[in-house]
Design a protein around this ligand. Structure first.
Ligand SMILES: [Mg+2]
Length: 310
């Protein structure tokens, strides 16, 4: 079939920005045109100018699997080889009190911030009292039922192949997070983790948590303090950011003078209450989508152009 010139160029433009995954029913976008422009600009700059910054719990991991909630890195610690029944009960009581605050659409991040610090400080104190053995963490992860989103291998492997740094920025527990990624066989050399790390004594027993507490609503401080100094991220002004919480949007604040930023938000639960704020805040919102199909499609598009590799 022969198309007139104007139609042909329109088709070329469409083909150039086509990410078929963006047509999935789970995808919401406030400004599709802006997303497409950003995608084209990022494709033009290529993989050599790209870095990926991602949250971990309920972003790289699934929210639910076979009708059951998938554990977060903190929940994985809720295993009898690590903590006792009393500690479990106390951590659950804290979750029941503080989690509704974390996802309450009627409160600002600033209002929630001191309460989140209170929550995780209490949890860490409880954990420290349990004499957790470092040697037991791998078994707890294996038996936890934690699972990364479908298509995670493509995501991790492609980034490694192209030597695009993946910064995983988590308010969870770094030691557990690393073990999950390791057991999933995708802990490639391009993966960098900023999280809360356990401090073990000479006998491998948990005695404290290292550094300042990172929680959902202070990732900006963490980004400025840690991510800004990672040499692997220098000279890569384009950012693909993945998160499941509005607080995750500040993870890119450590990037000096970003050229293009594309944000993808997983909206896992409380969909009706939070849809509007997510669509306002993230460029692409994925509603109850347990897969990496859209991030993979976006990544494939950005890195398949003629951009110059480093
Ligand atoms: Mg999360």
């Amino acid at each position: 079939m022969t198309y007139p010139i104007a139609v042909r160029s329109a088709l070329v433009m469409w083909t150039k920005t086509n990410v078929p995954e963006l047509s999935k029913v789970s995808v919401l976008m406030k400004q599709r045109t802006k997303v497409e422009e950003t995608l084209r600009a990022m494709q033009h700059a290529g993989a050599g100018n790209l870095q990926v910054i991602s949250d971990f719990d309920m972003t790289l991991t699934r929210f639910a699997h076979c009708g059951k909630r998938v554990p977060t890195t903190h929940n994985i610690l809720d295993h009898r080889i690590l903590i006792d029944e009393d500690c479990t009960q106390k951590m659950r009581a804290l979750l029941n009190f503080y989690y509704p605050i974390e996802i309450d659409a009627s409160q600002t991040s600033e209002q929630k911030l001191p309460l989140m610090v209170e929550w995780w400080t209490k949890v860490h104190h409880l954990l420290i009292q349990q004499n957790i053995q470092r040697d037991m963490l791998a078994q707890a992860v294996r038996e936890s039922g934690v699972i990364l989103r479908d298509g995670y291998e493509v995501f991790f492997d492609r980034l490694a192949e192209l030597q695009v740094p993946l910064l995983i920025f988590s308010a969870g527990v770094g030691d557990i997070l690393e073990e999950v990624v390791r057991q999933s066989r995708v802990f490639h050399p391009n993966v960098h983790v900023i999280s809360n790390y356990m401090d073990f004594d000479d006998h491998g027993v948990l005695r404290a948590f290292k550094g300042h507490l990172i929680h959902t609503f202070n990732k900006r401080e963490g980004a400025l303090l840690h991510a800004a100094n990672l040499p692997e991220l220098q000279g890569r002004p384009n950012v693909l950011l993945l998160g499941d919480s509005l607080g995750d949007l500040t993870m890119a604040d450590g990037v000096a003078q970003p050229h293009h930023l594309l944000t993808v938000g997983f909206l896992n639960d409380q969909v009706e209450e939070r849809k509007e704020s997510y669509v306002e805040a993230f460029d692409i919102v994925l509603v109850k989508d347990e897969t990496m199909e859209v991030p993979n499609g976006v990544l494939k598009f950005i890195t398949s152009g003629g951009g110059h590799a480093k």
